[in-house]
Design a protein around this ligand. Structure first.
Ligand code: KG4
Ligand code: ZN
Length: 345
């Protein structure tokens, strides 16, 4: 079954064609992230205008890559939420138009739930029950998967997402918006082994790491980061070296909490696999920590983290989700839902 999926929830415009939920036949992504740099964050109006410009080119490119025409597409899938209304509408209305003109079924998709299906692309042996951590720019959520179709939401962030903590720190330190990668790069400059964590001179909290719930909270961390950055600024100590140390500690604090909570869930549900996904799953330190933790936890446990390009927003996982969990609806019944819930799965 060939599914053509469209993704336009935020500042990426994407289209992919995926066979049987696992094989990517074509995938194209356009991003307006760089355009938002000078504003210090995503500007919804700018993002929506870029979606409009890019939507037809990405569909054309994905089809060209796949060497297919619409005649070989069995179903459409489209992200309906959560996301920015202006951005979502471009993808949703485009998909509806194709559904109407090509007489194709259309599957509405929840973007956050779909992220975890990046782990189903390129066939993998996922054993159930699995614990799935989704860490994106706006979400930090844990799910229990008892099959490729059955999901239960276990917990999530009570305030900010891990991605937001990365992005806000990046802005404070003078890197642009969507700064997770910049924080990772700055942290990796800290190769001087004299600076073990305790010597950094900066110690940040690991919020809710030891509480009994499977929820997260990153807003306190954000406040602590702001306080520490201001201290460094006031004492004229904010320089490349301290920025790198700071980035290192921020990355340690966020990744410590993410790994620890996921391990709690694995123990609680006696899970056989861990799935990690979302933009923050691209973080190399997070990937490394999951690998080392796994070795000590249980050698039989399998860890699944998509390639970096499949962690950040694209349409391939939208198609995969649609294949494994999607329910086709009439095009007239599809609408964009910016605040679509991730708890009610
Ligand atoms: O999933 P995603 O592409 O978009 C949303 O659905 O939000 O996630 C974007 C988030 C941003 O917060 C970005 O800074 C973060 O993922 N991110 C990273 C890395 N690459 C992207 N965070 C930490 N380290 C990275 N290497
Ligand atoms: Zn995303």
């Amino acid at each position: 079954m060939n599914i053509l999926a469209i993704e336009s929830s935020c500042d990426e415009t994407a289209c992919a064609i995926v066979k049987d939920g696992v094989q990517i036949l074509g995938s194209a992504v356009a991003s307006s992230t760089a355009m938002h740099e000078k504003y210090g964050g995503i500007v919804p109006e700018v993002a929506a205008r870029e979606q409009l410009k890019c939507i037809i080119p990405v569909i054309t490119e994905a089809l060209e890559q796949s060497k297919l025409t619409f005649d070989s597409i069995d179903s459409l899938a489209v992200t309906v939420g959560p996301g920015l209304i202006g951005s979502l509408l471009i993808g949703v209305e485009t998909a509806k138009t194709i559904a109407l003109t090509k007489r194709l079924p259309i599957i509405p998709v929840n973007h956050v739930l779909a992220h975890m299906y990046a782990n189903f692309l390129n066939p993998q042996h996922i054993q159930f029950p699995a614990i799935s951590l989704v860490v994106s720019g706006g979400h930090t959520e844990l799910f229990l998967m008892t099959s490729a179709k059955n999901l239960t939401w276990l917990g999530g962030t009570l305030d900010d997402a891990a991605g937001e903590a990365f992005d806000k720190t990046a802005r404070l330190l003078g890197f642009g918006s969507r700064g997770g990668v910049a924080i990772q790069q700055a942290a990796s400059q800290l190769t001087d082994l004299r600076f073990k964590i305790k010597d950094l001179g900066i110690k940040l909290p690991r919020p809710m790491m030891h509480d009994k719930t499977l929820n997260f909270s990153f807003s306190g961390l954000k406040t602590a980061i702001l306080r520490e950055v201001n201290k460094l600024k006031e004492s004229n100590q904010l320089n490349t070296e301290t920025i790198n140390r700071f980035a290192y500690e921020v990355q340690e604090a966020i990744t410590d909490v993410l790994v620890s909570k996921t391990v709690d869930a694995v123990k609680l549900y006696d899970a056989k696999s861990i799935l990690v996904s979302g933009g923050v799953a691209a973080n190399l330190r997070l990937r490394e920590k999951f690998h080392t933790t796994l070795k000590t936890l249980n050698p039989n446990l399998s860890l699944h983290i998509p390639s970096v390009s499949l962690c950040t927003d694209n349409a391939a996982y939208i198609a995969s989700y649609a294949f494994f969990r999607g329910i086709p609806v009439d095009w007239k019944d599809i609408t964009a839902v910016p605040d679509l819930s991730v708890e009610d799965v």
